[in-house]
Design a protein around this ligand. Sequence first.
Ligand code: UD1
Ligand code: CA
Length: 468
Amino acid sequence: MNISIILAAGESTRMKSKLSKVLHRVAGKPILEYIIEASKGAKVEKNVVIVGRSGDKVREYFKDEPIIFKTQPIGEGIPYGTGFAVMQATEYIEDDSTVVILYGDTPLIRESTITNLFNYHKENDLDATVLTAILDNPKDYGRIVRGENGNVLKIVEEKDASEEIKKIKEINSGIYCFKGKLLKDALAKIDNNNAQNEYYITDVIEILKNEGYSVGAYVIEDPNEIHGINSRAQLAFCENIMRDRINQYHMGNGITIIDPDNTYIEAGVKIGRDSIIYPGVVLEGKTEIGEDCIIRGDTRIVNSIISAGVSIESSTIEDSFVGEDTKIGPYAHIRPNSRIGKNVKIGNFVEVKNSTIKDNSKASHLAYIGDADIGYNVNIGCGVVFVNYNGKEKFRTIVGDNAFIGSNSNLVAPVEVEPWGYIAAGSTITKGVKEGELCIARAPQVNIPGWVERKGLKKQSNLGGNNK
Ligand code: UD1
Ligand code: CA
């Protein structure tokens, strides 16, 4: 069996955050989730996460996942260090298992890297294997000390290293593979006699080596993968790389991204072929974009399904569905729980909330459509307001197929406009409109000839010109 021990109990003071470091998000997903996914993908059957003081929120977030959580006691007088963290998982390590140690703060680690590490470890019949990297600037990392024949002898921490050892460019990633029994036995032998008075997991390597076991190293190709997050700057660094990976993935799938440096697509988003994404677009959560869509401008789409052929410009869409060939924006806001049909137009400055709008309907300018069920081929004029709220409760409005709502009308809910109902511009509808009726609900126009003259308004005017 493959077991992972994922270390996430460190204090992460440099984040200056109330939130546990591993719950901070990279491309929309908590850091720890990346590691768990990579581990599972690499056929690890049992994942043990070691959490520290802020572990409750972490447990809560992953409560539906088959993950074992173990809390590392943290406080004054209590031992500390990566070795002490691994010790917390001893009870879950089976003798004949292969154990991989991972960190909860390295979201860029790839599933393939963990798989390669397992394969290298098993194919070379090693007792312990360290995942290492060659860095131009190895500062602050533990250095890999190799013997004359290239064997790994030990790992020395920067703080314990001589000037000679500090020159070594091969570093310890902190990721290792061990045979279960050997790891447990060696853990019982480590101490904290070092510059930081910590229990170092790295000491296990030297112990096993000295006992005659075989210790190897697998060098990672892309050192970015082991980049840990200890600060907001490192969070941004990883975000950048992850975003680029996501964008590369979509481009590889046949999506045009005009300017990948300025396009923000979260990890869970799906996009269909031949869609074109312009700069400034933010696609979040479980959003799915169909084929042949064009998305431009300051558009943000959250947890929404956008069907094929839709075009969207500078708009926000949240928790909603948009049907094929519909056009949205610029500056539209589709709020949660809206379902918009095919070939619909939601134009400039239109807000839609908790409403359904069926195929071929149009609201081209400046309208508020809240809590409404709108049929097929309906025309909503400029400035129409669905008056859905009386200060206490919300009510729904129904608009039947082929209805026409004239500009600047108010539909005071609850109210129904039946199919082919026509509403004259400027009407305030409170009683409903029957099928095929024209409804004019506005004060009749009154014209009073000569009124301005009689009031002497022209004489009083000092505008010059036409004021005799
Ligand atoms: C560790 C390695 C170092 C390696 C580096 C790679 C040791 C002694 N050193 O250094 O060789 O180059 O990682 O990044 O292992 N953690 C706990 N409990 C603890 C202490 C740490 O869970 O008591 C967790 C942290 O949350 C973090 C991980 O272990 O995820 C690494 O801890 P960190 O303090 O960053 O390790 P380093 O000393 O930097
Ligand atoms: Ca560190």
